[in-house]
Structure formats: structure tokens, C-alpha cells
Design a binder for this molecule. Structure first.
Ligand SMILES: Cc1ncc(COP(=O)(O)O)c(C=O)c1O
Length: 399
């Protein structure tokens, strides 16, 4: 990373800033990794071209996921932040979820998935994988007996560290142990936690994926995904993606590199804001429940305190408006500073009504069974000043 020789490993932000930098003559090293905006590369001979394609000689060949220096730099940073050997970058979080799913499962296979998932992932598992002949069995990720019973023979297990939108926290160590005992690869979507709060691979998870669109890129200006894993698994994902498409383009990689440098700073502020908003909402008579891992009332508060290593509990929270869906919609519309909008993890505070938006693909009875009520509002805390957000949220209750 740098020429500095230290006994202790570099800190999180040091890696975020430096892990993507290549060595080279000092006066020729740009501080911003250049955007290699090219789809093809020149070779000295047909033989060299063939060797690069075969991977026997290092080099770049073509834009569709074969490798690109800007994308390589981003992958190096995220692998460093997640503590994995390697990472492979995708053009969206969903292409990352799809890539891992198709790598691990084939026609006739069964997948075991948490029932607490982002709506797009739920839809992929329910509507798309069955078209490939892959079935998906849903389990309660907090019921370890049920998970252990379902695992034998499964192609992979899938869960979210902090689930969208109820912010339940999965016990990744126990889940990883159960998967290892059953010989089943484990996949975790670590988007809500971000690598700053949690590194699932350190708990024994095999594939850690992110919608980079969210906390990692952090500025709501790019859609991207990444899978962090071993070198060997990365090679298999890359080989698959050469055929399916969906790899990250170079300009997007540059935006992601630029965003990730400040991940720690942004997460610190966003988590602080989320904690203060959660405390304020819990005290409001109009609110019947707040879902935030940092509140002692949260069912996995103790687990979150040990799993989320930085002493922070995330920048996402959700809460239930006592008077139901219409009152929740009125509250969202009365906000002046926070915006109603898709996505999360950016610098602006965003709110949404999951039942009609992010989780619209999940049938109402399934939504309600997993605790997602019609009056639920999801909040992605941004980096604004807490006092302004607290005032905005309080004022919205008086319409
Ligand atoms: C937890 C989670 N995983 C995956 C995705 C999909 O990511 P993308 O929108 O980058 O495809 C999302 C999107 O909201 C998400 O919230």
C-alpha cells in the first residue's frame, strides 16, 4: 500500500485512501486514480493477446469485466476494508446478488435464504431463480434450529447483516458456523452495515456483497455492486461475469473510489445522527415502535454491540407511525429537509415507505408476517447537522 513499515496494520481510513494506489515514480503518481475509460487494449501480437485472455500473462483485454486499472483499484480498496483476499466489482448491487446466486446454484438446486431481505433480492429469489430451476426456501435467520434443519444439501445460504428495512441483526458467527458444519457456502449482504461497521468474512462468511450504490459510494451519484471473497472464488465470479455481463464500468469505479475514501467520516456522522433521531422518535407519542439496533429496546441490541465492531449501530432506522399508513405518508410529505426518495447511505437524509416502494414486490401477507407494517417509515440518516434533522422530524408530526 505504502512504503511505510509499521507493526500495526493501517487503520480503516488509511486503507480507504491508499489501498487502491499503485506504486510508481513519485512525480508520476496521481493522487486520484485515473479513469481508464476504454473498452479495448492494444497488443504487440496475436500471441500476446491470446496469453492475456488465457490469463497466463498479466494484462487488460476488454471492458466487459476482464479487468481495468480503475476497477482494479476499487476492488483492492474494498477487499482491504472487508479483510478478504479479493473482490469483484459489478454494475449494481443486484448484479452482484445475481452473480453469486448463479455461481453457486444451478437447475435442481435449493437455496436457503433469510426471510428478512431487500425487496429486489426477494423478487430475484422468488421470480427469477425459479425460472432457472432453482428453488428458494425461506427461514427465520434468528431461529438457528430452523436454519440448521434447512441447510443440509442447500446450494448456499443467504442473509443480510442488518436487514432492510426492519434493521434486525443477523448473528453472523452462529450462521457461519452452521453453514460450515453443513458444508454450505454462506453469502451475506453487508450493505446496511458497510465494511466500517462489520466484516462478515472475519466471522467466517464466504461471500460478502454490497450494493456499493449506498454507504460505500455514499453520494447518491452511482449504481454499483461488489462481492468480496477469496481469490479463487473471485476468479470463478469473473469467469461467469465474462459470459453474463454486469461488471463495473471504469467511470463508476472512479466515483466509487472517490466516495469510499470518506466512508469512515460519513458513517461516524450518519450513525450519530441515526442514534439521535431514533432516541427522539422513541419518545414521541405518535410513534408506536422504533427499529434501531442502537436502542436497548431492539431485540438484537446486545448482539449488535458485539458484531458491529466500531461501537456504532448503523445509519439506518425505521419506525412505525401509530395511526398507520396514511399518517406515515403525511409525516413523510411534511418533511422539509429530509427527502422522500429511493436508495440510502448517501449524504442526504432520505425517508421512504417500504410497503409501497422498496418492498412492494413482497406480498402483503409475507410483509406483515416478517413484521413490516403498513405504517412503517424507513430513514437513511445523512450527514446534515443533527439539530436540523431533529427539528425537521419533530415539525413533520404537526403537519
Ligand atoms: C440491502 C440491499 N441490497 C441490495 C440492493 C440492490 O442494490 P442496487 O440498487 O445497487 O442494485 C439494495 C438496494 O436498495 C439494498 O438495499
Amino acid at each position: 500500500m505504502t512504503g511505510v513499515d509499521r507493526d500495526r496494520p493501517p487503520g480503516f481510513s488509511t486503507r480507504a485512501v491508499h489501498a487502491g494506489q499503485r506504486g510508481g515514480p513519485v512525480h508520476q503518481t496521481p493522487s486520484s486514480v485515473p479513469i481508464y475509460q476504454t473498452s479495448t487494449w492494444r497488443f504487440a501480437s496475436g500471441e500476446e493477446f491470446a496469453d492475456v485472455l488465457a490469463g497466463t500473462v498479466p494484462g487488460y483485454a476488454y471492458g466487459r469485466g476482464y479487468g481495468n486499472p480503475t476497477v482494479d483499484a476499487f476492488e483492492a480498496v474494498v477487499a482491504s476494508l472487508e479483510g478478504t483476499e479479493a473482490a469483484y466489482a459489478f454494475s449494481s448491487g443486484m448484479s452482484a446478488v445475481h452473480g453469486v446466486s448463479v455461481l453457486l446454484a444451478a437447475a435442481g438446486d435449493r437455496v436457503v435464504a433469510s426471510r428478512e431481505l431487500y425487496g429486489g433480492t426477494y423478487s430475484l429469489f422468488r421470480s427469477v431463480l425459479p425460472r432457472y430451476g432453482i428453488s428458494v426456501e425461506e427461514v427465520d435467520p434468528h431461529d438457528f434450529d430452523a436454519v440448521r434443519k434447512a441447510l443440509p444439501g442447500a446450494a448456499f445460504f443467504y442473509a443480510e447483516t442488518i436487514a432492510n428495512p426492519l434493521c434486525t441483526v443477523a448473528d453472523l458467527r452462529r450462521l457461519a458456523d452452521a453453514c460450515q458444519e453443513a458444508g454450505v457456502p454462506s453469502v451475506v449482504d453487508n450493505t446496511f452495515a458497510s465494511p466500517y461497521l462489520c466484516n462478515p468474512a472475519r466471522d467466517g462468511i464466504d461471500f460478502v456483497l454490497h450494493s456499493v450504490t449506498k454507504m460505500i459510494a455514499g453520494h447518491s451519484d452511482v449504481v454499483a455492486g461488489v462481492v468480496c471473497c477469496s481469490e479463487e472464488r473471485r476468479a470463478a465470479l469473473r469467469a461467469l461475469t465474462l459470459d453474463t455481463g454486469g461488471a463495473m464500468p471504469p467511470f463508476d469505479a472512479w466515483l466509487c473510489l472517490r466516495g469510499v475514501e470518506t466512508l469512515e467520516l460519513r458513517m461516524e456522522r450518519m450513525c450519530e445522527n441515526a442514534g439521535r433521531l431514533a432516541a427522539m422518535l422513541e419518545a414521541r407519542p405518535e410513534v408506536s415502535a422504533v427499529h434501531y439496533p442502537g436502542r436497548p429496546s431492539h431485540p438484537q441490541h446486545e448482539l449488535a454491540a458485539s458484531l458491529l465492531r466500531t461501537g456504532r449501530f448503523g445509519s439506518m432506522l425505521s419506525f412505525e407511525v401509530r395511526d398507520g399508513a396514511e399518517a406515515a405518508a403525511r409525516w413523510c410529505e411534511a418533511l422539509e429537509l429530509a427527502w422522500i426518495g429511493a436508495s440510502l447511505g448517501g449524504t442526504h437524509t432520505l425517508v421512504c415507505h417500504p410497503a409501497s416502494t422498496t418492498h412492494r414486490q413482497v406480498p402483503p401477507e409475507v410483509r406483515r408476517a416478517s413484521g413490516l407494517s403498513d405504517g412503517l417509515v424507513r430513514v437513511s440518516a445523512g450527514i446534515e447537522n443533527a439539530e436540523d434533522l431533529l427539528e425537521d422530524f419533530a415539525a413533520a408530526f404537526s403537519g
